[in-house]
Design a protein around this ligand. Structure first.
Ligand code: KIV
Length: 286
């Protein structure tokens, strides 16, 4: 490059949302949308419509067919996180910390969160846990790792809870959930997912903290809603949880399309003339 050549223009992210923007969304009058993404096509869609794109460890079940999220590894989250983060032009990309990568000690949590952020380019991590994780959250935030909390039904605790059960059904449970939310807020989390609880519980929690609550199966009383995008699109066959509302049935659409392809191949309708490479005659020169 000569000294007269201007340096290449660095493309700056266009209106990229930060954790501060998401925290400030608490004061918006309308709730915001968060969506999960694990792959490039879904990441591009989610980034168009959601303020937060979460690379959830639900990918273990949705993409890999696992029976729960416990088998998800840091390497899986790095691979999918890197893929999704590069397509988040506007949304804040948050990556889940998988089971067993942050609970043992503050040092373990910091080391793995830092690795995940370096490898993926995501803007924040999410980890499950209430008051018992508050000191870890504080440790991480003070060292430069923005943290989203996750309370209520915590899928990584499935064996302790004895299944995926709605949380906050008794007064004692509600008091504990409120303590969890407040402890996470005080520790410095910028937002908190509330999963699987009753409307009045979500409302009480949402009103008692200054960071946004992002609900899944937790009623419209939250400051935002999050869903697994594959569930919204009807891409996953099988029974759906009550809180899921499919807005399309893409599994059926895909099934119909592949059935049509199979019939076309058998009847020699595919490939057709329009799918063939044509031999072009080179121009004659004198
Ligand atoms: O793993 C996940 O996708 C999640 C959301 C559904 C909140 O934690």
């Amino acid at each position: 490059m000569s000294i007269h050549t201007p340096p290449p223009v660095k493309k700056l992210p266009f209106l990229k949302l930060t954790v501060q923007d998401i925290r400030a969304a608490k004061n918006r009058t309308e709730p915001f949308l968060a969506l999960t993404a694990y792959t490039a096509p879904i990441a591009q869609l989610a980034d168009k419509h959601a303020d937060v794109v979460l690379v959830g460890d639900s990918l273990g079940m949705v993409l890999y067919g696992m029976t729960d999220t416990l088998g998800v590894t840091l390497e899986m989250m790095m691979t999918h996180g890197r893929c999704v983060a590069q397509f988040c032009q506007r949304a804040l990309c948050v990556v889940d910390m998988p089971f067993g990568t942050y609970q043992a000690s503050h040092a373990q949590a910091f080391e793995n969160c830092a690795r995940l952020m370096k490898k993926t380019g995501a803007g924040a991590v999410k980890l499950e846990g209430g008051a018992e994780m508050a000191s870890t959250i504080r440790f991480l935030v003070e060292r430069g790792i923005p943290v989203m909390g996750h309370i209520g039904l915590r899928p990584q605790q499935v064996h302790v809870m004895g299944g995926y059960k709605v949380q906050g059904k008794t007064d004692d449970q509600i008091a504990l959930l409120k303590k969890d939310a407040q402890a996470i807020e005080e520790a410095g989390a910028f937002a908190v997912v509330i999963e699987g609880t009753l409307e009045h519980v979500s409302r009480e929690i949402t009103q008692s903290i200054t960071i946004p609550t992002i609900g899944i199966g937790a009623s419209p009383a939250c400051d935002a809603q999050i869903l697994v995008t594959e569930d919204v699109l009807g891409l996953v066959p099988g029974a759906k949880a009550k809180f899921v509302k499919p807005y399309a049935n893409l599994y059926q659409t895909a099934d119909d399309a592949i059935q049509q392809l199979s019939a076309d191949v058998k009847a020699r309708r595919f490939p057709g003339p329009e799918n063939l490479y044509i031999k072009t005659t080179p121009l004659k020169t004198k």
